[in-house]
Design a protein around this ligand. Sequence first.
Ligand code: ARG
Length: 451
Amino acid sequence: SDTAVRRDRFSGGPARAFLSSLAADAAIFEADLAVDRAHTVMLAEQGIVADAVAGEILSALGDVEAAGHAELSEGEDVHEAIETAVIDHVGPDGGRMHTARSRNDEVATCIRYRLREDLLAAAEATLTLREALLDVAGEHTETVMPGYTHLQPAQPTTVAHYLLSYEGGVARDTARLLDAYDRTNRSPLGAAAFAGTPFDVDRERTADLLGFDGLVANSMDAASARDFLAEGATACATLATTLSGLAEDLVLFSNKGFVELSDDYASTSSIMPQKKNPDTLELTRGVAGDAIGEATGTLSLLKGLPRAYNRDLQRAHASVFETADDVREAAEVAAGAVATADWNEAVLSDAAGDGFSTATGVADLLAMGGLPFRTAHEIVATAAERVDDEDTPSEAAAKVDEAARTVTGEPLSAYVSRDDVEAALDPLHSVASRDSAGGPAPDAVASDLDA
Ligand code: ARG
């Protein structure tokens, strides 16, 4: 047959395995069957292929599907292998399936068909994670904890405020994945090799049968474009980067005893019997490295490719599917870890005021009492050299008073009451006072949670 001749001439040599993507194409086996079916139905509807032949092709495709990808034996890719199997079942008429198309528009359609599922699955995992963050935040609007800058104690905040900071980031990751989905979900089918076809194809019909939201119109663009792969990979890498920060925080917080992971999300040591390690979070953190590599690799592969089709493209998609899958799993694991972790309120409340983290609140109070903020800052900075974590509020307030006298020559009582200063030194009070929009005050957070 013609197929045998083509195979002998082009892929029988020592580079046969190198040329073949058949193994990796397992990821688009179902997609290719769907594309073959839609194309065959359209060919019949347009009178390009007789109904009876189309019927035989569709029934052969059913047999190929039932046998599974592993049973495909011939061809340098899944497209050729399925076509060969169809011809084996139907006879030479099976070769009519490839009328008015090329593997170029075929593969481009398959990978969009597959990737859109992966993107939706990843987006769904982000929703699960956001739900977990919102649920746990709802339980901890008044649980004070240290907030950090430069990994140094900076200002007290709450567990809810902290978790919602990630909910905001993950929400943007959802939106990026859905944007990528929208541009992925367009049909290139009917572009043929890149230059269209003289057959009277109905591209809208195949797009519709395959559930695409419209066409990639220009046939050269349709066959060549892989920017949707770069966009999908980048959206996944950005989500993975968000997850890596959350994971890193939770690793640090478990180290400090602020949070304890559920056993389901921890691991132990094969030698050190006492160990409970945050391995799921470390793997989540690690996935970001792969995902960033994938985004970079995809862009590197695409960079400088001339129009229209080049075989380099065969190497572009399989690893994006894998990355999307890994990132989805990381988001699901992060969701589970967040949903089941225990926040240790006593340890957190002890640590919340460490490192004179209420200093900014004291300076704010002095400024509200009439001092220029810079002077207030200087007073509290002077006190900070003397205040330590063991001080009672009254001892710390006495040191602020001393500092006020040094800097301004006036006692603290010239600006604010001693009681107010002591209150400002309390982490919960400090948090409650920061009720600006989006701030950590329980009331502000509660209204964010309601919104
Ligand atoms: N397996 C190929 C790919 O993934 C199909 C396209 C082959 N087209 C070609 N002109 N050689 O890109």
